[in-house]
Design a protein around this ligand. Structure first.
Ligand code: BTN
Length: 247
């Protein structure tokens, strides 16, 4: 079932409410505008009316949390697949959840889990994609790093078509989440523009320089520190950026 809103605070917040009330796997929430769109690490996601695709889907994976660590990677690949189906353009992924193209952010993914006691009850995956924004539509602080699909393709984006493609690719992703994990992770690595780069790893109050080497089976980023040590950083506690800017 698809729940449609013109304006909502956050499709993820609403999806979590529906999921806690028992909504089945595949329940979708789409909004034309979000007043409190949320991103990873407590950030906001700019969600103006009539221009973007803001969608959340309820999933009910029949496994424990340990088997879901790669979920955000799988959603990122599904989002790239949907964008490619609609526009012919294959974006990149900045670890772990940013959809990017030519150095700019086109969208992002927010995965949230709900528990029944200690058992996993549901996962909500939220995807925001900038579709028809022009550069001046973004707040000035976002302008250097944000872009929309219409800006990078030169064509207006049919948001309904993209919505359908995204629902289809998410449904396929959910069906194959455990069976096709290795194939999906190979596709994620091939799309991930962070790998091989010199990056800054931001964790709590610390910032460290490192080289991004690989993404492991749980979606953690394997980094090499200047002293040669190799470490796995998890998306729950770290974000990365390039040495000299967003990418
Ligand atoms: C990020 O950039 O860190 C993730 C952004 C995720 C935004 C989407 S828009 C639909 C869904 N509802 C939200 O509040 N957030 C996600």
């Amino acid at each position: 079932m698809i729940h449609r809103f013109n304006t909502i605070d956050s499709t993820n917040t609403y999806a979590k409410k529906l999921a806690a009330e028992g909504a089945p796997q595949g329940t979708v929430i789409v909004a034309n505008c979000q007043t409190g769109g949320r991103g990873r690490m407590g950030r906001n996601f700019f969600s103006p009316a009539d221009t973007g695709l803001y969608m959340s889907m309820v999933l009910r994976p029949n496994c424990d949390t340990a088997k879901l660590m790669h979920l955000t990677c799988a959603v990122a690949v599904a989002a790239c697949d949907a964008i490619e189906t609609c526009t012919g353009l294959r974006p990149g992924i900045k670890w772990i959840n940013d959809i990017v193209y030519q150095g700019k952010k086109l969208g992002g993914i927010l995965t949230e889990l709900g528990f029944n006691g200690t058992a996993l009850d549901y996962a909500v995956v939220g995807i925001g994609i900038n579709c028809n924004h022009s550069q001046k539509d973004f707040p000035s602080e976002l302008q250097p790093m944000a872009a929309s699909l219409s800006m990078v393709t030169g064509n207006p984006i049919d948001r309904e078509k993209l919505e359908t493609a995204l629902i289809n690719s998410l449904a396929k992703m959910a069906d194959t989440l455990q069976t096709d994990k290795d194939v999906m992770l190979e596709r994620y690595r091939a799309n991930c523009i962070t790998l091989g780069q010199d990056i800054c790893v931001v964790q709590a109050d610390t910032l460290r320089h490192a080289k991004a080497l690989d993404v492991d089976q749980d979606g953690r980023l394997l980094i090499q520190l200047p002293d040669g040590t190799i470490e796995a950083v998890s998306s729950g506690e770290a974000s990365v950026r390039g040495m000299y800017g967003y990418l």
